[in-house]
Write a protein that binds this ligand. Structure first.
Ligand code: PMP
Length: 364
């Protein structure tokens, strides 16, 4: 087998090795089926079992209450940027509140503006999106259609430690880049959605967890594929779903349950991993600079700069030679970014932390 590198990409990102091995082993014929997952009908009894198991796994991992539906949709997280306001803002005299903590939250609010009135409940622009707001800083409208926030900003590397309190106003969360990285109290959410390609599987499917009472509010004149109520009634099989991607979500959630032991354990591991990087950066005293303010630091994406930007290129080049791939930061923030999602093994993070210390010693 070709040697695998440690892939620090923000997404699509690493998948757990045992998951890839299982998918590879069963690619030609699913056990007991004699056909590939790529060949079976989405209406077959075998696929029905797979999608039901994926949902059951998610329900177990996140303790999703019975009054929530779990949908497997297409169009990525950005389709949700549009579907949320199409279903819950269009034609309403209410506005939707958006909390802007970085690139993705701004994009989501931009899409909502095409459908209705948007209010900004908080905007982190003043400090270049290096933090999340405290509850007291939020300017929330008690009559808002919903409040939208991004639990983890993938590019800036800032993450909410807990969800904002929005009282009776439905809370809508783009959890694309921290889904399944820790336990989440789903009952506090109206909708939580996440594209799969960071923590849950490959690109092609987006998980949407939505409270039942919201489904009753969807408009009747939307195209079917954009209507949450119809998609929920069809159990995500309104049209042909991304069968392979859903199968992979089942394998990843099997792995989280059986090998990791659930999300509390996953959180512990993620905290250990990220601490290795923060400790290395602290030890280098000013050589590296983390974008996020300490209280807002993400468990998943560590965006950092080298104080001397001329060293970015040699840093990235030497890292790549060590099998530490895709550490270049997003052009809007610059510098470097280590995305260390669930599937990044602790050995990968340790190798990066050791390299960062060594590079600092060499160049200081
Ligand atoms: N939201 C967040 C937080 C993301 O990180 C991303 C992708 N990087 C998106 C939304 C967009 O996802 P997609 O490409 O699936 O539309």
């Amino acid at each position: 087998m070709e040697k695998r590198v440690y892939n620090f990409s923000p997404g699509p990102a690493m998948l757990p090795l045992p998951v890839l091995e299982e998918a590879q082993r069963d690619l030609l014929a699913l056990p007991g089926v004699g056909m590939s997952i790529l060949e079976i009908s989405h209406r077959s009894k075998e696929f029905t079992q797979i999608i039901e198991q994926a949902e059951a796994n998610l329900r177990r991992l996140l303790a999703i209450p019975d009054n929530y539906r779990v949908l497997f949709l297409q169009g990525g997280a950005q389709m949700q940027f549009a579907m949320v306001p199409m279903n819950f803002l269009r034609g309403s005299d209410k506005a939707a509140d958006y909390i802007l903590t970085g690139t993705w939250g701004k994009k989501a609010s931009g899409e909502a503006k095409t459908q209705g009135k948007v209010r900004v409940a908080w905007d982190g622009q003043e400090t270049n999106y290096d933090r999340v707001p405290e509850q007291a800083q939020l300017d929330l409208d008690p009559k808002a259609a919903y409040v939208h926030f991004t639990s983890n900003e993938t590019i800036q590397g800032v993450q909410f430690p807990t969800e904002p309190d929005t009282g009776n106003v439905p809370l809508v969360c783009d959890a694309s880049s921290d889904f399944l990285c820790r336990p989440v109290p789903i009952e506090r959410y109206g909708i939580l959605y996440a594209c799969a390609q960071k923590n849950a599987g490959p690109a092609g499917v987006t998980v949407v967890i939505i409270r039942d009472d919201l489904l009753a509010k969807t408009p009747h004149d939307l195209p079917s594929m954009l209507n949450y109520k119809l998609l929920a009634e069809a159990k995500s099989l309104f049209n042909t779903p991304p069968v392979f991607a859903i199968y992979m979500v089942k394998l990843v959630t099997d792995w989280l349950l059986a090998e990791i032991g659930g999300l509390a354990k996953m959180l512990e591991l993620n905290q250990q991993k990220v601490q290795l990087l923060y400790d290395a950066i602290d030890r280098c005293e000013g050589f590296y600079d983390i974008h996020a303010a300490p209280d807002s630091r993400s468990l998943m994406n560590v965006a950092f700069r080298l104080a001397n930007a001329d060293l970015d290129a040699p840093f990235l080049e030497q890292a790549a030679q060590r099998g530490l791939a895709n550490l270049k930061g997003h052009r809007s923030v610059g510098g470097c970014r280590a995305s260390i999602y669930n599937a990044m093994p602790i050995e990968g993070v340790q190798t990066l932390a050791d390299f960062m210390l060594e590079f600092c010693d060499q160049r200081k």
